[in-house]
Structures are given as structure tokens and as C-alpha cells.
Design a binder for this molecule. Structure first.
Ligand SMILES: C[S@@+](CC[C@H](N)C(=O)[O-])C[C@H]1O[C@@H](n2cnc3c(N)ncnc32)[C@H](O)[C@@H]1O
Length: 254
């Protein structure tokens, strides 16, 4: 018998809880991103959620904008299964796509060829500089002229700003004192350990292992890199419009 939506919803809620624990002001960041969408787009629009996980951003967007549609993209079959199980297609307004952002030909899997806004939360820092550069080139083609890009993510200070990096780390210790720091990661790792034991999610683990979807090993691209790559991708402006230390919303207009 197929698992019920409310059973999948428990996995979704557990994902939300572990993300909320280690991203300060996560909800405020979502809200600000959606405020920016509301201020700049008409009521009916099509969005793409890049590195959607189980759909935290897509769900909030579709709840707030009842005439919008959204395509949610991720390369991890486990989070896609949870998201589809918990949220479904939201009355035909949400499509789930299994694709690896920035890989050659990833856009072929998309059911729609033009978008008004591309959004992402806590995902693009996973991409290597090469992937990110390619992704921004592709978004330059996928977004309509005047379309928006909004990325809520941790973008590390540039290496020439060691003082700011040290300051941000000290604030982190104030916010998540002592043992809680490992507790943040414990929440993430515990979610994955539990998922691996689940009879419906466990069989998907060899696929995610084969795709190498674990956390990145490369150096995370700097803000200057993002801005340069967006401009090369055809974006006219790219600016940080919201910041809480290294946690930013990067905004760009096509
Ligand atoms: C920390 S999760 C964030 C998920 C969701 N956006 C949220 O805010 O809850 C990062 C997600 O990015 C996805 N991801 C990382 N690199 C990716 C890539 N190259 N293509 C597609 N998805 C990717 C991961 O599989 C993971 O689901």
C-alpha cells in the first residue's frame, strides 16, 4: 500500500526541523525572498527552485502565490521522494525534476523552457565553480528578459577578509554555544541515518552514492565569483540585498 501523505509529511517536517536548527533566520530569509518576488512579479508567474531538497521553498512560494507554478529540481532521489510524497503536485502547479544543476544538458529534463524567477536556498554553495558558471549561463537562457534570480545561501567572506571570517565564526559560537555546534550537524546526519533505514528511502541510497551527492569537497565560490559569473551569464545587475553575516540573499536581474 502506498505510504500516506501525512507519513511523508513527518519526514518533511523532520527535514525542516534540522535545517531550522543550523541556519539562523531561515524563515525570515524565505519571507524576504518571497517579498522580493511579490514586489517585482505579477500574480501569475513560473518559478524554478534550484536544489529544492524536499521542497521547503517551493511549498512556501506556492502557498503564498496561488496563481504561480513551480519546477523543483534536485539530483538526490531521497529528498525528491520525500518532497513528492509530502507535497505532491499542489494541484498541478508543482513539477519535480531529477537533474544535476550545471551538468551538461541538465535543462533537457525541464518541463518548461521559460521562467520568470529562479530561486534557491542553501544549495548553490554545493556547486563547484565550473558547475556554477554553467548554471548561470543556462539561467541566462531560461529566464525571460527582466526575470529574477534569488539565492538565499551562505556565501563565505573573500579570503582577503580574514577578520570578517573570524568575526562571523565568533558570532556563530555565541548563537550556537559549545556542544550545540556539533548538535547542528548531528541533526543533519541523524536525518540521513534514519532515512537510510527507511524501507522506501533506503533502496535509493545506492543511487545517491553513485551520483556522489554528499557535501562538496571544493572551495566554495566567493561573492565576487557569483557576481562575475552572473554578469557573464547575461544578468544586468547582481547585488546582495539582505545579509546576516555570511548568510545572504543574492539578487540578480536578467
Ligand atoms: C541543504 S539542501 C537544501 C534544500 C532546500 N533548498 C532547502 O532549503 O531546504 C541542498 C540541496 O541541494 C541539492 N544539490 C546540491 N548540488 C546539486 C546539483 N548539482 N544539482 C541538483 N541538486 C543539487 C542537494 O541534493 C540538496 O537536496
Amino acid at each position: 500500500m502506498a505510504r500516506s501523505r501525512s507519513a511523508w509529511r513527518r519526514w518533511y517536517d523532520a527535514w525542516e526541523a534540522q535545517q531550522d536548527r543550523f541556519i539562523p533566520n531561515r524563515e525570515r530569509r524565505f519571507r524576504t525572498m518571497l517579498d522580493l518576488v511579490e514586489a517585482q512579479l505579477p500574480a501569475r508567474f513560473v518559478a524554478i527552485d534550484l536544489g529544492c531538497g524536499p521542497g521547503a521553498l517551493s511549498a512556501r512560494l506556492l502557498r503564498r502565490f496561488p496563481r504561480a507554478g513551480c519546477v523543483a529540481v534536485d539530483q538526490d532521489p531521497v529528498v525528491l521522494k520525500v518532497g513528492e510524497g509530502a507535497l505532491g503536485s499542489v494541484g498541478g502547479r508543482l513539477s519535480w525534476v531529477d537533474a544535476s544543476l550545471g551538468s551538461p544538458g541538465w535543462t533537457d529534463a525541464l518541463p518548461v523552457r521559460k521562467f520568470d524567477v529562479a530561486l534557491s536556498t542553501t544549495a548553490l554553495h554545493w556547486l563547484s565553480p565550473t558547475r556554477l558558471r554553467r548554471l548561470y549561463q543556462d539561467l541566462g537562457r531560461l529566464l525571460r528578459r527582466g526575470g529574477l534570480f534569488l539565492d538565499g545561501d551562505r556565501i563565505a567572506w573573500a579570503p582577503e577578509e580574514p577578520e570578517l571570517a573570524r568575526l562571523a565564526e565568533k558570532v556563530r559560537q555565541v548563537r550556537f554555544p559549545g556542544a550545540q555546534r556539533s548538535g547542528e550537524w548531528a541533526g543533519w546526519e541523524a536525518w540521513w541515518r534514519r532515512a537510510e533505514k527507511d524501507p522506501e528511502l533506503g533502496p535509493l541510497f545506492p543511487i545517491r552514492e553513485a551520483r556522489g551527492t554528499a557535501h562538496p569537497k571544493h572551495t566554495e565560490p566567493s561573492l565576487a565569483f557569483h557576481v562575475r559569473a552572473l554578469r557573464r551569464g547575461g544578468f544586468r545587475r547582481a547585488e546582495v540585498v539582505w545579509r546576516d553575516l555570511e548568510n545572504v540573499i543574492l539578487w540578480a536581474r536578467r
